[in-house]
Design a protein around this ligand. Structure first.
Ligand SMILES: [Zn+2]
Length: 239
């Protein structure tokens, strides 16, 4: 039993040291922005064995418990403690809630960063000299992800997403500089909050203009009535 506990502790330590939270977050954002909208358009289900599946992100649960209250206020969703900066809440997760990391099933999403162009996304300065060996390695990783997540043998939809994935992520792993990462662009997913705010704004505008219109009509008919009253008054005077 003690050995087992020691072993679990060792695994936890290993994950803590070897999986970068920041790079995992970058990979997760890239998947969310540059892949998921296209997958949803094709109504494709990513298999759980795929390294890009959300369940294979070790930090996903913690990231979902990160509540942003304001520009400089973050709240821990587990214990409600507040923080001024994201890096402090990250540290807090590391120190207080790492027991919640699903180490047994979790995988390190940062490991696919090479394939997904995380450095480009984070905005790290690009190396002036392209390394052909590193590019070839990333291309290989990229293509193997495409093969396991969207196997061509799985049917036409899977083939289409496979093709898309190669163009979007894998083509740019070359030193020729011909192809840029995310060449197929990004599509923002429609956020429910965004839709609600838009509808409310439109309704408010509608009410505002209706009010202005009715008000102006009211003023007009009011002056007409006044004119009528004063005209009839003038007509009545001579008699
Ligand atoms: Zn907490």
């Amino acid at each position: 039993m003690r050995d087992l506990l020691l072993h679990v502790e060792e695994i936890e330590d290993a994950v803590e040291v070897h999986c970068s939270r920041e790079r995992s977050r970058a990979a997760s954002k890239i998947i969310e922005e540059y892949l998921i909208p296209f997958i949803e358009k094709h109504q494709y289900q990513i298999p759980k064995s795929c390294r890009l599946h959300p369940d294979n992100d070790l930090f996903r649960d913690q990231e979902q418990h990160k509540i942003r209250i304001d520009v400089d206020e973050w709240k821990c969703g587990y214990c409600r403690k507040s923080f001024y900066e994201e890096r402090y809440i990250d540290k807090h997760f590391e120190q207080r809630h790492n027991n919640l990391l699903n180490v047994s099933h979790g995988k390190c999403l940062a490991d696919v960063c090479g394939a997904l162009h995380c450095d480009h996304h984070i905005g790290l300065p690009q190396k002036t000299k392209c390394n052909p060996a590193a590019s070839a390695r990333n291309k290989h990783l990229c293509e193997s992800i495409a093969d396991s997540c969207f196997p061509v043998s799985r049917g036409p939809t899977s083939s289409r997403v496979h093709e898309f994935f190669l163009r979007q992520f894998c083509d740019a792993h070359t030193c020729t500089g011909k192809s840029k990462p995310f060449s197929r662009g990004r599509k923002k997913r429609m956020n429910i909050l965004y839709i609600v705010i838009s509808v409310l704004t439109m309704l408010l505008l509608l009410f505002f203009y209706t009010f202005i219109y009715l008000y102006q009509r009211g003023v007009k008919s009011g002056t007409q009535n006044l004119r009528r009253v004063s005209q009839s008054g003038r007509k009545k005077k001579p008699s």
